[in-house]
Design a protein around this ligand. Structure first.
Ligand SMILES: C[S@@+](CC[C@H](N)C(=O)[O-])C[C@H]1O[C@@H](n2cnc3c(N)ncnc32)[C@H](O)[C@@H]1O
Length: 406
């Protein structure tokens, strides 16, 4: 079964993939419920942060780190960074949580003993306000170490929405923002990060790479994919109330985790994998030795309406071709900016227009319908087309070109 990170209302409205991880009967409910409660596992955080540290051991040194959309009482991000506060040399760690009353109403809420036993506890605010937790290089409880027990907390003025003035002020104080943001607000969250001009590392759905608002950032090397989840397998803890939303094989009752194959880290922090060149064969060698039948049999075909070659698999990109190449979106996972440049997203008709992709035209539309096509192709359709295996079905590709090194 394909396991998909649920695509949320904001994203679904913009036409992204249907979340196949849901049981069909619950799909609509899951979408309208804004199912945003997915808790990140410690090993996933550790793996990603280690990739940044391997590249730059001082990446977190003297930095203010903000973890919004979090909650150290329940989630691993604050625990992880509090544990590493001293060895990473962090200057200040701030975590903010989102108010229970602002979350879907079917989520049970119980304040922790930590909060209830604190003199600051307020029986009303605990539900309606977000909280802010701060750790600085101060051994507040005098036990000889600075760790999670030294976290200071207070209620926020509002509900902890990342877009609020007070959380935005924390963003402006921060050097780095790290979290797994609500999937339903991914685009808005990225826009908020970009506006704040901060370093960031966040989790999102793979298909976000081609969103209109996200792709240009990747294109301009303002954002890239992180090291990613081990073998592409992402696991999240979910609330009990959401467990029956998932089909068997996605939610495992034993581990109480959901398993997605389409989640990834998005970041603007350097890591080594981004600079590893893709190991590729020349076009000639591919044509002789490729393990892909279509390359051996069909070669590298030029699109009918654009001067670029169709490359059906990332490992079949020819190392010595200087022209434009249409490659699968999964290329982004292996994209090395020293090796290639990303020109445009061939699935985005504004971009294909800018890049001079020829529209389908009446003749091809007629071919398409004559061959039994039912997809509503129009003569103005500007994507990348080949006649076979099916006439004029667009290829979902991004167009790249080899970087010429002087
Ligand atoms: C995907 S969960 C991740 C939780 C935690 N950061 C983790 O990774 O374990 C996103 C969290 O953001 C909260 N949230 C939803 N909308 C929010 C908003 N507008 N502002 C801040 N947090 C929000 C959700 O309630 C949820 O707890």
């Amino acid at each position: 079964m394909t396991k998909q990170l649920p695509t949320k209302p904001e994203d679904t409205a913009a036409g992204s993939a249907v979340p196949s991880g849901y049981k069909n009967s619950n799909l609509t409910a899951a979408k309208s419920n804004k199912n945003d409660e997915f808790y990140t596992q410690w090993p996933a955080i550790e793996r990603e942060m280690n990739a940044y540290l391997e590249y730059n051991p001082d990446v977190f040194r003297d930095k203010v780190i903000l973890l919004p959309c979090d909650d150290p009482e329940w989630s691993n991000f604050a625990k992880f960074f509090a544990l590493h506060f001293t060895d990473y040399g962090i200057k200040k760690l701030i975590s903010t949580s989102y108010a229970a009353d602002s979350k879907p109403s079917d989520l049970p809420y119980e304040p922790t003993l930590f909060e209830v036993e604190d003199p600051k506890f307020d029986a009303d605010k605990t539900r309606s306000h977000g909280k802010k937790f701060v750790l600085e290089a101060k051994d507040v409880n005098g036990d000889g170490v600075v760790n999670i027990d030294d976290l200071q907390w207070e209620y926020l003025e509002g509900d902890g929405d990342f877009r609020s003035a007070e959380v935005t002020a924390l963003r402006d104080e921060a050097d780095i923002v790290i979290t797994n943001p609500p999937f339903s607000l991914f685009r808005k969250f990225v826009a908020w990060l970009v506006e704040g001009n901060v370093k960031f590392s966040i989790i999102g759905a793979n298909n976000a790479t081609t969103y209109k608002e996200i792709f240009p950032l990747i294109q301009e090397n303002k954002m890239w994919l992180g090291k990613g989840f081990a073998k592409g397998d992402a696991y999240f803890r979910i609330p009990e109330s959401a467990q029956n939303t998932y089909a068997a094989g996605v939610y495992d009752p034993e581990t109480q985790l959901v398993h997605f194959r389409n989640a990834n880290w998005f970041t603007n922090i350097e890591h080594g994998r981004r600079h590893e060149p893709l190991k590729l064969m020349t076009m000639e060698d591919n044509l002789r030795f490729s393990r892909h039948k279509e390359i051996k049999e069909l070669g590298y075909r030029k699109y009918d309406n654009y001067d670029a070659i169709e490359v059906p698999k990332v490992d079949a990109i020819p190392s010595d071709y200087d022209g434009m190449m249409g490659v699968p979106v999964t290329f982004l996972d292996r994209y090395n900016p020293d090796q290639f440049e990303i020109l445009f997203n061939a699935d985005d008709m504004e971009q294909t227009k800018q890049w001079g992709v020829e529209p389908l035209g009446e003749k091809r539309v007629a071919d398409y319908y004559a061959a039994g096509g039912t997809g509503g192709n129009s003569k103005g359709h500007r994507k990348l087309f080949l006649y076979s295996p099916r006439p004029w079905v667009p290829y979902k590709r991004i167009v790249i070109r080899r970087k010429v090194t002087s």
